[in-house]
Write a protein that binds this ligand. Structure first.
Ligand code: 1GP
Length: 256
């Protein structure tokens, strides 16, 4: 399934370590789902969540966004539309360069050398299934340029983020994403708190082809509208989906 990124205005981040809400059917009106979290995520709960969403809304694109090697398997690769891999500009080296170079070093090896090897990003679950799985993964990866701005979040902890970027640095990271790294996604991440429109406005000036996502603390129609009007291509809503699906429904922009 190809993802029509520039038609996507509303993304739902489903944490596989949390239960789905009692009325998960509200998710059918979002444009795209990302399955990922920063605590207690496993391959098993990821797969269960992707399949549950697929049962509810079979036509919805669903990305797996892992933070660890052990969460990806041939089953999750098959179940998800694609695997979204964060590259965290203000994280530690492991989370911008290390995991990715390790993965592609494995992918670049000759097939007979892969037997028995490990792939740090994707783990033994993939390599035990052989080179076809690794090759399939390589063609289904989506790189996301990330800036994590909420230092007290689990996302910041798991990515080694110790300093938030200034709006000028956010703008620079956005410009680099589009013109230097050529990642398809730039993600302003305020996981768990509302960051307001300033970073989004700073980034939006430098993005054309690259899709601008904002996530963090969206729990009203007003916040959703503010972020979209500041220039985000789409908002990402996480906690509100799990905690208050009725309010979550209000964050979905009306069909234009
Ligand atoms: C988290 O950006 C998403 O990765 C959404 O944030 O959970 O605060 O809505 P919230």
């Amino acid at each position: 399934m190809d993802i029509a990124w520039h038609d996507i205005r509303h993304v739902t981040k489903v944490d596989p370590a949390k239960p789905l809400p009692a009325n998960p059917g509200v998710i059918a009106d979002t444009d795209l789902v990302i399955v990922g979290g920063s605590d207690d995520v496993t391959e098993a709960n990821t797969l269960e969540t992707i399949r549950a969403i697929d049962d509810i809304a079979p036509d919805l694109p669903v990305l797996q966004e892992p933070y660890s090697a052990t969460q990806v398997s041939t089953d999750t690769i098959d179940a998800a539309t694609a695997i979204a891999v964060p590259a965290v500009y203000n994280g530690d080296r492991t989370n911008f360069v290390g995991k990715h170079l390790d993965l592609f070093t494995e992918v670049a090896r000759k097939p007979d050398e892969l037997t028995g090897s490990t792939v740090p990003l994707v783990g033994d679950l993939v390599t035990s299934k052989g080179v076809d799985a690794v090759a399939e993964l390589a063609t289904n990866l989506i790189a996301e340029g990330y800036v994590i701005q909420h230092l007290d979040s689990a996302a910041a902890t798991v990515s080694g983020v110790e300093t938030a970027y200034t709006p000028a640095q956010v703008a620079g990271a956005a410009l680099a994403t589009e013109t230097f790294y050529d990642f398809p996604i730039f993600y302003v991440e305020y996981s768990g708190t509302y960051g307001g429109p300033e970073d989004v406005a700073s980034a939006a000036r430098y993005l054309d082809e690259t899709v601008l996502l904002y996530g963090g603390g969206i729990d009203t129609r007003e916040k959703a509208t503010t972020i979209l009007e500041a220039g985000a291509d789409a908002i990402v809503v996480g906690d509100c989906f799990h905690d208050d699906p009725g309010t979550y429904r209000e964050t979905i922009p009306p069909q234009s």
